[in-house]
Design a binder for this molecule. Sequence first.
Ligand SMILES: Nc1ncnc2c1ncn2[C@@H]1O[C@H](COP(=O)(O)OP(=O)(O)OP(=O)(O)O)[C@@H](O)[C@H]1O
Length: 241
Amino acid sequence: MTHRGDEKLVLRGVGKRFGERHVLRDIDLDIPAGQFVSLIGPSGVGKSTLLRLVAGLEPPSDGRIDMLSRAPQPDIRMMFQEDRLMPWRSVLRNVTLGLRGRDAQARALLAAVGLAGRENDFPVVLSGGQRQRVALARALIHEPELLLLDEPFGALDAITRAAMQLLLEQLLARQPRTVLLVTHDVEEALMLSDRVLLMRDGRVARDLAIGLERPRHRGDPVLAALKEELLDGLLAAEAAR
Ligand SMILES: Nc1ncnc2c1ncn2[C@@H]1O[C@H](COP(=O)(O)OP(=O)(O)OP(=O)(O)O)[C@@H](O)[C@H]1O
């Protein structure tokens, strides 16, 4: 489905309970088309749970989540810390999984993620960063209205991680998508996001607009000040657990 620019993700009074445990509460959010939003917060605060609710993998206990779109069935794709590729399928066949007649598009996407010439390789011979590139191509070939990223670069070394952040930024500049990213890395959130949500005690405690120009520079003093502010917020949220 082509990105039309008029979709919107809306959450109203969303809560989630697992038995007695109230993990998420009172989440109200409006995320317009093309916005890149990061979710940060202490471990166990409910970031992944929120992503799973938005993906429709689990129902909320309270409230509602709507993807307002002209598409009858908006496409939502998810990417995880593990690549979740099929080891018995080639790189190309992982990207075209469930699709027919899209080889040319898959090859072009693999070239865009830096894997030209690796189409016939199997995941086992790729590095962790390369496998995440395939996972990214596999998500993007569907031209999703919404891309849900659950710490997709969390298992990568710092340099590969920075390269993946840059790649994601470049791909999104060419083909904007609405993105929800869960990350523990405050700098990653600041490099990529239009908006950072800091979660605390199952709620959105801070909703910070990041108005920095792109491409962004890690040494930018405004970014450094925002980083400090978010780290302080994270530490306070951690202390309140
Ligand atoms: N299916 C489930 N059944 C019971 N409890 C669950 C379930 N899924 C998540 N939880 C609980 O909900 C809370 C939030 O988990 P979640 O994975 O969303 O946190 P998170 O913020 O993503 O944490 P992390 O940063 O460590 O990945 C945790 O206490 C977790 O144990």
